[in-house]
Design a protein around this ligand. Structure first.
Ligand code: GLN
Length: 539
């Protein structure tokens, strides 16, 4: 029988349920169990693709082009599991399917209700992943906080699971908060209340992960266990750590989380665990002494999670390069206020060894990005442009080297005389291709004797995309004549996929999103080489 673990959260949001679920999954994988992840999001949006980064943080793109919650990024980074659009569901998707079936008459005239129709749809999506013969344990993370109206159908489906497939095949893990109040006292009451809410919904948690600023003492764990009816040893301290999130699996393992989980699920033959890769990552981090400062220039920098995968990919590359990277976030709108005052720009970039402009949408902050890119190109500072960051590189070169005054992307201006970045249909004057986003994996052919070829050492690479606008093909020759290097194309050469600056230490722009493929144990080569170039530049 395949096993299931449901992960819920209580007290408040943003406690790190995704990292907790990922860490648990990774520990089970280290025991050679074949795991899967599913994220259930209670919002009514069909997917987060159209949500503002201010509301939702990063949109994570899977290989098959689904726009998903950033927790799926955690799942991919913490494990080797394959993820597709089937590994994520939202209330919007569930209702859409049920309503579609109702319109098709497939409920044969019955009244369509939350129970059983919505809950059945949720369960069937979970079974579709979990019942595959090559899966042992499926971890289902339920978004939101227990007690929210929105998440009740998901919690109810989780409750029914144990009833449907048996006690020993389902475990419930609940993540809560143990806050510190004035006087340095830690309070267990919110945890007690949140478990009470969960029990009112029919679920008695088997394991509690308690977030706190310091490690919970045994007496606190005992008190929580007593009040929540959870075994003493199954109250786990999920305290803040000062090193890296990749130490969390080790912190949990020390408290036997994985052992307790497999016991609750009656899993045999998973006694051995190999944690050497996690230990390696944490030790490398602890032993690195050289600090390299890399600037991230974007417009959503005030939010922590917007560039999550980029920041993680930089971290993976820092491990590979044996350095500690400090990511300095620079607000491109602030740069705009400075204007072209070289000295002021110099001050802002003082001590910075490499600059990255990540993806983004819309006109706001673009002028500041162009200023930053001009500065790093002229001052030979390693630069990595990702998606919008590549398009900015093209616009800046057009304006300042080729002499295309007011060159722009049609995303930002419709009356530029040089629309060097534009929609494909604008380029070929037909509406045939629609204005839809290019999403997910596609292949790029790299040109020999370029920096990017040296990085990948492969002729054809596959990377994930999420963009609408393209390098305008009618300007290819003008750019090449001005020395700009087009280093990669789609296989049919119809679209430009990567570019680089001539006579520059390291200036590469890519139309795709390499950050989605980077993992701590297999850092992305572009990030590794960018951090390496920045490290050398730091000397
Ligand atoms: N806004 C640009 C486009 O749609 C870049 C998108 C991105 O950076 N992800 O092409």
């Amino acid at each position: 029988m395949n096993k299931y673990i449901f992960v819920t959260g209580g007290v408040c949001s943003s406690l790190g349920k995704g990292i907790a679920a990922s860490s648990l999954g990774s520990l089970l994988e280290c025991r050679k169990l074949r795991i899967r992840f599913i994220k259930a999001d209670p919002y009514i949006n069909v997917d987060p693709g159209t949500m503002s980064p201010y509301q939702h943080g990063e949109v994570y793109v899977t290989a098959d082009g689904a726009e998903t919650d950033l927790d799926l990024g955690n799942y991919e980074r913490f494990s080797s599991v394959p993820l597709t659009r089937a590994n994520s569901m939202t209330t919007g998707q569930v209702y859409q399917t049920v309503i579609q079936k109702e319109r098709e008459g497939r409920y044969l005239g019955r009244t369509v209700q939350v129970i059983p129709h919505i809950t059945d749809e949720i369960k069937s999506r979970i079974f579709a992943i979990g019942e595959s013969p090559d899966v042992d344990v499926t971890i289902v993370e339920i978004g939101g906080t227990v007690g929210d109206i929105e998440s009740i159908p998901f919690i109810e489906a989780a409750r029914q699971f144990r009833h449907d497939i048996g006690r020993e095949n389902v475990a419930y893990v609940h993540l809560t908060l143990v806050p510190e109040v004035a006087g340095g006292e830690f309070k267990t009451k919110p945890t007690q209340h949140s478990v009470k809410v969960l029990r009112e919904l029919g679920i008695q948690p088997d394991i509690l992960l308690c977030r706190a600023t310091v490690e919970l003492t045994d007496s606190m764990k005992k008190k929580i266990a007593l009040f929540t009816n959870v075994d003493d040893n199954a109250v786990i301290s999920a305290h803040d750590i000062t090193t890296t999130i990749y130490e969390i699996p080790l912190v949990y393992h020390k408290q036997n989380l994985d052992k307790i989980a497999i016991e609750k699920l009656n899993i045999k033959n998973a006694d051995n665990i190999d944690l050497s890769q996690w230990e390696g990552v944490v030790n490398s981090f602890k032993n690195a002494t050289q600090i390299v400062k890399i600037a991230l220039v974007g417009k959503y920098i005030h939010l922590n999670d917007t560039y999550k995968s980029i920041v993680e990919a930089i971290f993976h590359a820092s491990i590979a390069n044996n350095v500690k990277v400090e990511v300095i976030k620079i607000d491109s709108e602030e740069l705009e206020k400075i204007g072209n005052d070289e000295n002021e720009i110099k001050k802002i970039f003082k001590g910075i060894s490499g600059v990255l402009v990540p993806g983004g949408f819309g006109q706001r902050g673009v002028t500041g990005m162009i200023q930053a890119v001009k500065y790093v190109r002229e001052n030979n500072i390693p630069y990595f442009g990702i998606c919008l960051g590549m398009q900015i590189m093209v616009i800046e070169y057009a304006r300042n080297i080729i002499g295309f005054e007011k060159a722009n992307s049609t995303e930002f201006s419709h009356d530029s005389p040089y629309p060097v970045i534009s929609l494909l249909e604008e380029q070929i004057d037909t509406k045939l291709y629609g204005g839809t986003m290019k999403l997910g994996n596609s292949d790029t052919k790299l040109i020999h004797d370029t920096k990017i070829f040296d990085v990948y050492k492969e002729e054809v690479i596959t990377e994930r995309h999420r963009h609408r606008y393209e390098f305008s093909n009618k300007y290819r020759d003008a750019f090449k004549d001005a020395g700009f290097i087009i280093s990669g194309y789609t296989l049919d050469e119809s679209l430009v996929e990567s570019v680089e600056w001539p006579d520059h230490k390291w200036g590469i722009g890519v139309q795709y999103h390499p950050e989605f493929k980077s993992k701590p144990f297999s850092p992305h080569p572009l990030f590794v080489q960018f951090v390496k170039a920045s490290k050398e530049n730091a000397k």
